[in-house]
Design a protein around this ligand. Structure first.
Ligand SMILES: Nc1nc2c(ncn2[C@@H]2O[C@H](COP(=O)(O)OP(=O)(O)OP(=O)(O)O)[C@@H](O)[C@H]2O)c(=O)[nH]1
Ligand SMILES: [Mg+2]
Length: 254
């Protein structure tokens, strides 16, 4: 597997086909734990590792400590067919939540590796992984499934000729056991384009009706990525949903 990592156009955009650097970052120990006095930690450890009850107390203490001082981080995988507008969406996310200048649409080229964007929303860090949607690249997506807390599926709502293909790709994603219970945000993108399906129509065509009691939250929104419309609302829904997602919780504590 190629593992080249280099900075692309913006400081938060990295191109790589290897998700492992993010894995390390996501699970790095909290800064506060590292800065604790070296004379304190060994004695705490030795006290609390002697009996199973002490072990449990130590775990409880560490859990509470993390709860207080560690920012939650969620990884969100952005997928969809090529040309749907995934990278354009990511550029707008960085603009809306980090104030960064988006790349002009003419400068965005088809994604071959991985673009990464990290934003902070209401005390949580969201890391977006934007992968290439070309047919030949889709087999690479599964490398990210195991560590993805959320899924953002982008559809070119004006490309009616490829709606069936997009529907099949999404169906396969939702049937994948590695993505069980993953919160799903769908962007019916290119709402500005002639003939674009409304989010309602996309929801109906894709059979995206959130079943009562289903463990998988779903949300469909219309967006125009090149103008940044609809994106803020969608990303906030995702951030809110991830906070209480059993899958996200299990991945963070597991
Ligand atoms: N009209 C219109 N065009 C858009 C919109 N969003 C993206 N585009 C255009 O669609 C084309 C593809 O956009 P990308 O963001 O590169 O698409 P992608 O999904 O990342 O494509 P891959 O990286 O190949 O998977 C570009 O020409 C964008 O300018 C939109 O909301 N409206
Ligand atoms: Mg792209």
């Amino acid at each position: 597997m190629a593992s080249s990592t280099h900075l692309q156009s913006t400081p938060t955009t990295i191109t790589s086909t290897n998700p492992k650097p993010m894995h390390l970052e996501a699970h790095a120990p909290p800064q506060h734990a590292i800065s604790a006095s070296p004379t304190q930690l060994p004695s705490v450890n030795s006290q609390f590792t002697q009996t199973p009850t002490a072990d449990a107390m130590f775990s409880l203490f560490m859990g509470f400590y993390r709860y207080l001082f560690q920012k939650h981080q969620f990884q969100v995988l952005i997928v969809g067919l090529d040309y749907a507008g995934k990278t354009s969406v990511l550029e707008q996310i960085k603009t809306i939540f980090c104030g960064m200048e988006p790349l002009p649409p003419g400068k965005i080229t088809p994604t071959i590796g991985l673009n990464i964007g990290k934003v902070s929303i209401d005390g949580a860090n969201l890391v977006f992984w934007d992968v290439g949607g070309a047919r030949s690249l889709r087999s690479l997506w599964e490398r990210y499934y195991g560590e993805a807390h959320g899924l953002l599926f982008v559809i070119d709502a004006a490309d009616t000729a490829r709606l069936e293909e997009a529907r099949e790709v999404l169906r396969q994603l939702l049937n994948n056991a590695e993505l069980a219970g993953i919160p799903l945000l769908v962007f019916a993108n290119k709402q500005d384009a002639a003939g674009a399906l409304t989010p309602h129509e996309v929801q109906a065509r894709f059979g995206l009706h959130h079943a009562e009691g289903s463990s998988q939250p779903q949300h469909v929104l219309g967006t125009t990525a090149i103008r940044g419309e609809g994106i803020d609302e969608g990303v906030r829904w995702l951030a809110e949903t991830l906070r209480t997602s059993p899958r996200a919780l299990a991945l963070q504590t597991g």
